[in-house]
Design a protein around this ligand. Structure first.
Ligand code: NAD
Length: 517
């Protein structure tokens, strides 16, 4: 289910299955791997004219893309249901409303964000000079994405990359090729030819895209693929941004508003059927409120409706991982208070709350990427923090407490890319909030002004209107130059040294050119 690649070479195609029912829905031809390098070259040729269009022209085209995206929102939601089994409420909020905000934010802020920043040039040291740093596009951005948010993840790179003047060659996941094709179609209608190109297929096409040497690579996906891409990018000397998996923790303190914390953790764990890089995959709860919290979580989880509130897993491989994590945990002494076994329909796995888990279990260490919520009691908040810090992952984490100051202090000290107090994981939908991880979760940044550092390169241009024959620091080097420099440093010190510094600097200036008039 999801997508399955059949055939080889130029005849390969993706068979698309509905993960809710197993029904075959469509077929998408794969891009021949041998054609990918040519597509990158075509994008390179289109990029020049796209950049030359200027920011106003590019903004108009991206605004047109925004309008076209909204006009086909119903179709997007229907495709997300067929390809990913996504419940409608979830598809509308995470893949339509969030992307509407994304377009609006970038269209509204891009002028400021791309405005050149002046270089500070002290007129005494650097007379008659001016300079600025501007952000230039990288050129062709190779974009490789997963299936779990098949619209939002590509758009969070496409929109700023295009506004900055890049062309993009985009390879959607083989499990969401029709959503990828729809994005490609929208781009083709709104933008000049070749500015956005879609490459369809799986690992083979992904590798071909990397080997085609785009000017920058933006990858979102599993840690395993991220490592392979990073190695290839290192060999080819390509800049690469990696947004990888996670094992997010929620820490519930004794004074937390328990009803809110339970509702938030249930959503954080089971939205997207747990197939969310920022899903709550570990929940640490103060032992004093453990039973009351677990009771609330279980009660809320039992109310979730199959497919209407919690969708299916998207691939059989993912379902197998979820089943293994639950099976091994239960065999080692964990108890499933809800769910525990997949019984369909399709690839549906019921939301599963586990207790009596231990840190050595796979369900506590490896990314599960499914609807499983292990809950663990702690005696002291330090113990929970230590457990979170010991993890090789560092995407997001949350702290739940009524003491907002304490919550903020604890959250700020966690080694994660995004930390929230009394909420979890939703900030991926905030275009002005930087999104990215630490440690095994990668080093890429999407959203916010900081995403531009992945998609542009700063160029400094300095113009010197000085007409004099030379600069102070040019040849010849002599004692006078050393006196000027050391005198300037002494001037910035305190006390008597300042006067000495002034004297040394002045005498240096006077004698600076005595050997070279
Ligand atoms: P994946 O790594 O299997 O695939 C991601 C993409 O890489 C797909 O398009 C795939 O075809 C391509 N690919 C596979 N092998 C390749 C190779 N050798 N070279 C080039 N491309 C290759 O990941 P997935 O299963 O599609 O996605 C789930 C993972 O993504 C989870 O680990 C999840 O946590 C992570 N994720 C992270 C974020 C984030 O923002 N950090 C967001 C969403 C998902």
């Amino acid at each position: 289910m999801g997508g399955r690649i059949e055939g080889t070479g130029d005849d390969a195609r993706i068979l698309c299955f509905d993960p809710r029912s197993g029904e075959r829905r469509a077929e998408v031809p794969c891009t021949p791997p041998g054609a990918v390098a040519g597509l990158v070259e075509r994008a390179r040729a289109a990029q020049d004219a796209w950049f030359e269009l200027g920011l106003d022209g590019r903004r108009r085209a991206v605004a047109e893309l925004h309008r076209a995206f909204l006009a086909r929102a119903d179709e997007v939601v229907a495709l997300l249901a067929e390809e990913c089994g996504r419940p409608a409420g979830e598809a509308w909020t995470s893949e339509v409303v969030a992307n509407h905000d994304l377009f609006r934010w970038w269209l509204g802020h891009v002028d400021d964000l791309l405005t050149p920043t002046p270089v500070d040039l002290d007129p005494l040291s650097y007379p008659r000079k001016r300079g600025a740093v501007r952000l230039l596009p990288r050129g062709v951005v190779g974009l490789i994405t997963p299936w779990n948010l098949p619209v939002a993840i590509p758009l969070r790179t496409l929109v700023p990359a295009l506004l900055a003047g890049n062309a993009v060659v985009f390879k959607p996941s083989e499990h969401s090729p029709r959503t990828g094709a729809l994005l490609g179609e929208l781009c083709a209608a709104a933008l000049p030819e070749g500015v956005v190109t879609v490459v369809q297929g799986g690992a083979e096409q992904g590798r071909a895209l990397v080997e085609a040497r785009p000017d920058a690579l933006v990858f979102t996906g599993s840690a395993r693929t991220g490592r392979a891409i990073s190695e290839a990018a290192g060999r080819l000397g390509l800049p690469v941004s990696l947004e990888l998996g996670g094992k997010d923790a929620a820490i519930v303190l004794a004074d937390a508003e328990l009803d809110r914390a339970a509702a938030g953790v249930v959503w954080g764990a089971f939205a997207f059927a747990g197939q969310n890089c920022a899903a709550v995959e570990r929940c640490y709860v103060d032992a004093g409120v453990f039973d009351a919290f677990v009771e609330r979580v279980v009660e809320r989880t039992r109310r979730l409706r199959p497919l209407a509130d919690v969708g299916p897993l998207v691939t059989p491989e993912q379902l197998a991982i979820v089943e293994r994590h639950v099976r091994e945990a239960v065999a080692a002494g964990a108890r499933a208070l809800t769910g525990g076994r997949a019984e369909g329909p399709g690839l549906y796995h019921p939301p599963t709350v586990l207790v009596d888990v231990t840190e050595d279990m796979a369900v506590m260490r490896e990314e599960t990427f499914g609807p499983v919520l292990p809950i663990v009691p702690f005696e002291r908040p330090e113990d929970a923090i230590a457990a979170v810090e010991a993890s090789p992952w560092g995407l997001t984490a949350s702290v739940w407490t009524r003491d907002l100051e304490l919550g903020e202090t604890l959250a700020s000290n966690l080694s994660v890319g995004v930390a929230t107090v009394n909420n979890h994981g939703f900030t991926g939908a905030l275009p002005s909030a930087a999104w990215g991880g630490t440690k095994g979760s990668g080093h890429g940044v999407t959203n916010s002004r900081f995403a531009l550092y992945e998609l542009t390169r700063p160029q400094t241009v300095v113009v010197d209107a000085a007409r004099g024959p030379r600069e102070l620091w040019w040849y010849p080097y002599n004692d006078a130059l050393a006196r000027v420099a050391s005198g300037m440093i002494a001037l910035s010190r305190r006390g008597g040294e300042r006067l000495q510094g002034l004297r040394a600097a002045l005498s240096g200036f006077i004698h600076r050119w005595k050997d070279d008039p």
